[in-house]
Write a protein that binds this ligand. Sequence first.
Ligand SMILES: [Zn+2]
Length: 192
Amino acid sequence: MTGRTHDLAALTALGAVVMVVPQHPVTLGTVLVALVANQLGGIAPDIDEPTAPLWRNLPVGTFFGKIIGKMLGGHRFLTHSIVGAALFGWLLHVLLGLLGPIMHTVDPHLVWWAFMIGLISHLIMDTFTKEGVPWLLPIPIKFGLPPVRAWRVTTGQGVESFIIFPGLALIDIWWGVAHYDRLAAWLHLIVK
Ligand SMILES: [Zn+2]
């Protein structure tokens, strides 16, 4: 899937989780940082690809992208597995621990979850593509849905652009409209 589909999928997944978990007061800082973390989580596994949005947008990013991609075993390898997700989770935990002293008003626990929800949504979305995802590395099998490869989505092509991307956008709009009261009540819980 492309970066923009992953970003939208990450937001959709976050919205779905926010809808079902009990609401409690959060700070505006937590909401903003969690949203950014969610979007970064949504594209993080593709750091194994030199053409990933993250690398494209950095100076000499493609160069670093190539090196890091090789170190991670190439595209759709370590970063697209449960082991990779656990590694990302651990690294973020360490990073948030270091940033804690300068982010007093931000709840690191919620930021961590927002990132991981984005990350898992990425792996789920890629599972629907022809390439599949090696969920159970080091077992070198790429899993895909549906199991018949020919029925899966080709990244960046018609089904993704005209069905999946607009479909996710519609889900988000529906969520905002249908659960407006819940959203408004939740926004009300944002404290300084
Ligand atoms: Zn990917």
